[in-house]
Write a protein that binds this ligand. Structure first.
Ligand code: LMR
Length: 391
């Protein structure tokens, strides 16, 4: 049987992790996969997480199954974190999932179950796994322009022109904040225009919300999503706790659905999709999040640490933009300071990206996406010199 298998297309982010690990050089820099790193290059367990885990270890007296939708306190807390008070919570249902990717997968399957002919429109470019999962599921994929290579900002006119081609019942996938891979984000006013399009075309908005708290702040990052949620009849959100709680390997995510009224059918479909895919979602990380969100002190501690992660990424952005300005004697890279989130693309060719890796041991994704959190605070000049050298 196995000889019938075909070689699978590689995910460029996962491939880069392997290449970096196999590089024997001492002097190398990993700007690939989106994992937060502190000034010493570690990805720490957040303080509030450690405390909540200690509490859980102490108090947990059974490992019996929780339920198909996971920890419902966690699901409700995530609904609040994402949607705030923009909607009546009785219209929201959700399922705990293994990570944000699990939420995306479950939501795609929910769309497929309800509306197999729908086209899911993704930004061009987008996180590569959006397209990979949709292809794997055999779903229809549409792409809308998103990024203007010349300005390194959002090509909003192009985006709206392409979205004008959506058909009733299609799905438009938006990044809630901190667009991956570009770091260029639509403004609140533009969220308003996309909301009008969603309403006039009668399409389903789906939000990938993997970086809440990494851009302008927890509430600020949710502004566009909440604006839209308050105005549309239905919406889907895939949220992740990998980054903002640092729970990467524990796989903590949630698929949320905003329904017109009654949530029963959607909730039942989500429970069934969990059952047939993995049955019960993994509990540990989600319960840790639920403990943090229910305790004002732990929540405050978590928010404080998240805020310091966010501001340190912002100062790395400013520092790199300044270093690149000095080294290249141009304002070509000033956009790095204006972008938000964990990533930006430097706008290098794939040959230049290869050269950075081969000559300088600097690893970034082939489209020149780099992980801001991986930037070395005391090595920005060297990095900028290397970039200037390959230009
Ligand atoms: C990334 O884009 O680097 C992260 O979302 C991690 C991943 O799974 O790709």
């Amino acid at each position: 049987m196995f000889d019938k298998l075909k070689p699978q297309p590689e995910d460029k982010i996962i491939k880069l992790i392997g290449m970096y690990a196999a590089d024997p050089r001492d002097q190398k820099l990993d700007l690939g996969v989106g994992v937060y790193k502190d000034a010493s290059g570690n990805t720490p367990v957040m303080r509030a997480v450690k405390k909540a885990e200690a509490r859980l270890l102490e108090s947990q007296d059974t490992k019996k199954y929780v339920g198909l939708l996971g920890n419902l306190d966690f699901v409700a807390a995530m609904g609040d974190l994402v949607l705030g008070d923009s909607v009546d919570s009785s219209r929201v249902t959700g399922a705990q999932t293994p990570g944000g990717t699990g939420a995306i997968r479950q939501i795609f399957e929910l769309i497929n179950m309800a509306s197999p002919d729908a086209t899911v429109w993704i930004s061009d470019p987008s996180w590569p796994n959006h397209e990979a999962i949709l292809k794997y599921l055999g779903m229809n994929i549409g792409k809308y322009r998103y990024f203007d290579d010349a300005t390194c900002g959002v090509d909003f006119d192009g985006m709206m022109a392409d979205l004008d081609g959506v058909a009733e019942g299609d799905v438009v996938l938006l990044h809630g904040c901190c667009h991956n891979p570009t770091g260029a984000n639509i403004t609140l006013e533009q969220w308003g225009q996309v909301t009008n399009l969603v309403l006039s075309k009668n399409v389903m908005p789906m939000i990938d919300f993997a970086y809440q708290g990494f851009g302008d702040g927890l509430d600020e990052d949710a502004e566009g999503v909440r604006y839209m949620a308050a105005r549309v009849p239905e919406m889907l959100v895939a949220a992740s706790c990998s980054k903002n709680f640092g729970l990467y390997r524990d796989r903590v995510g949630v698929a949320l659905a905003l329904c017109k009224g009654d949530t029963m059918l959607t909730k039942g479909a989500m429970a069934t999709l969990n059952r047939v895919n993995f049955s019960f979602p993994p509990d540990h990380g989600a319960t840790v999040v639920a403990i943090i969100m229910a305790d004002p002190d732990l929540k405050a501690e978590w928010m404080e640490e998240l805020e310091s992660m966010r501001t340190s990424m912002l100062s790395l952005r400013t520092g790199l933009a300044e270093a690149l300005r000095r080294e290249t004697n141009s304002d070509r890279f000033d956009f790095v300071a204006d972008h938000r989130g964990m990533f930006s693309r430097l706008g290098l060719t794939s040959d230049q990206v290869d050269q950075l890796r081969e000559t300088h041991g600097i690893y970034m994704v082939g489209d020149s996406r780099f992980n801001v959190a991986g930037l070395p605070a005391d090595g920005l000049d060297d990095l900028a010199k290397a970039v200037a050298e390959v230009l």
